[in-house]
Design a protein around this ligand. Structure first.
Ligand SMILES: Nc1nc2c(ncn2[C@@H]2O[C@H](COP(=O)(O)OP(=O)(O)OP(=O)(O)O)[C@@H](O)[C@H]2O)c(=O)[nH]1
Length: 352
């Protein structure tokens, strides 16, 4: 159940990312389309062609994420198209040498799309290539000569923005992981008993409701075992409440150890426990109850300087059509009471 909640958070994160990627591809498509029109009016035909092609690729990336759910591929296309477009703008200067001003888009998009580590590596590579293009145009027969001061300030501000983007991404992922961790803790508090670490009553109620709806849909049988430790007050009175707690945790361990993978055990009340046995009819449930009762009665629990043994009584009930959960538990409770009256350390009702 906890995993379900965490995977809900994760898929919400993925949904958010695909929304951002599709929004970004739409914005990229619109901006490059508008810029290509400007370039056309200024008779920069190569720039017009480059921007128009980019606009079409952004649109294709948008379609991919929207109708094909290809978020990863789409983000890959967007980010590398963005880099190529930036290198092109730096190399050619864009309109009146304003092209390099667009490079500030790179850091936030890089770390968002590729994550902190890969995004930072990409930014470093981007800085390196940009540095070659701007400071060593002769290496690549660059056409644009930018003023030295402009280049320096561009780099300083780019590095500052990169650092801030990385910091922001770091806090964002920290918060995300913190949310998942907090969710696990809250889930544990809401569904598990602190002392025994078994499921609590509320969690057992949810499982019972699920079992009833499974029964209604597929007629899958299920049974419960209501267990109560015998004369537990005497343990508390003799050894103290803390030692009583220790007995409860040891018994809980034994329960977990004896549990099938498909079954559940919860702390129903003080020294009362409820097993929910899925896909199990009365006869099978009785056998399981006997097995657990025997295991409890044979378990030696080390208390202070001596080993003690406890026993428990069990009421078994298989779910019957049109029974409410309360009715089922009340019947199990009635058999438990009878088991106590008949001398304790036994399972009731007997098998036919
Ligand atoms: N140490 C400890 N004791 C608990 C806890 N919850 C309930 N108890 C004790 O469990 C005892 C239950 O006593 P009773 O209901 O009289 O029953 P019993 O002594 O087990 O006798 P029978 O059930 O009739 O066999 C009480 O002394 C409670 O204080 C707990 O969390 N820790």
């Amino acid at each position: 159940m906890n995993n379900k909640l965490n995977s809900k958070i994760q898929s919400f994160g993925e949904l958010q990312q695909s929304r951002v990627i599709s929004l970004f591809s739409l914005i990229g498509m619109s901006i490059t389309a508008v810029m290509s029109i400007f370039a056309l009016f200024q008779s920069s035909l190569t720039l017009f062609a480059a921007l128009s092609i980019s606009s079409c690729i952004f649109f294709a990336a948008f379609c991919m994420v929207k109708w094909r759910s290809q978020t990863k591929l789409s983000s890959f296309i967007i980010i590398y198209l963005l880099y190529i477009l930036m290198f092109y703008l730096i190399y050619t200067g864009g309109v009146e040498q304003t092209g390099p001003l667009w490079i500030f888009i790179v850091p936030p998009v890089s770390v968002y799309v590729h994550g902190l580590k890969q995004g930072s590596i990409n930014i470093a590579l981007f800085v390196f290539i940009t540095w070659i293009l701007m400071f060593n145009p002769e290496w690549v027969t660059g056409q644009t000569i930018y003023a030295h001061e402009f280049k320096l300030r561009l780099f300083y501000s780019f590095i500052t923005i990169s650092f801030l983007s990385a910091l922001y991404e770091y806090s964002r992922t920290q918060l995300y992981h913190h949310a998942i961790e907090l969710n696990s803790k809250l889930h544990k508090l809401a569904h598990f008993d602190e002392l025994t670490e078994l499921r609590n009553r509320r969690s057992a109620q949810i499982i019972l409701e699920q079992q009833v709806s499974d029964f209604k849909e597929h007629k899958t049988p299920f049974s419960v075992l209501l267990c109560d430790l015998d004369y537990f007050k005497q343990v508390n009175d003799k050894y103290g409440h803390n030692m009583g707690d220790k007995v409860l945790t040891e018994i809980a361990k034994l329960f977990r150890h004896n549990l099938r993978e498909t079954d559940y055990v919860s702390r129903w009340g003080g020294e009362e426990f409820l097993f929910i046995l899925t896909d199990t009819d009365f006869n099978e449930a009785y056998d399981i109850a006997e097995r657990i009762r025997t295991a409890v009665s044979q378990q030696e629990i080390a208390l202070m300087d001596q080993d003690i043994k406890v026993t428990m009584s069990v009421g078994v009930q298989e779910y019957q059509s049109d029974m409410s959960i309360d009715q089922m538990i009340n019947l199990a409770d009635k058999y438990l009471y009878e088991a106590k009256r008949n001398g304790r350390n036994r399972v009731l009702p007997h098998q036919q």
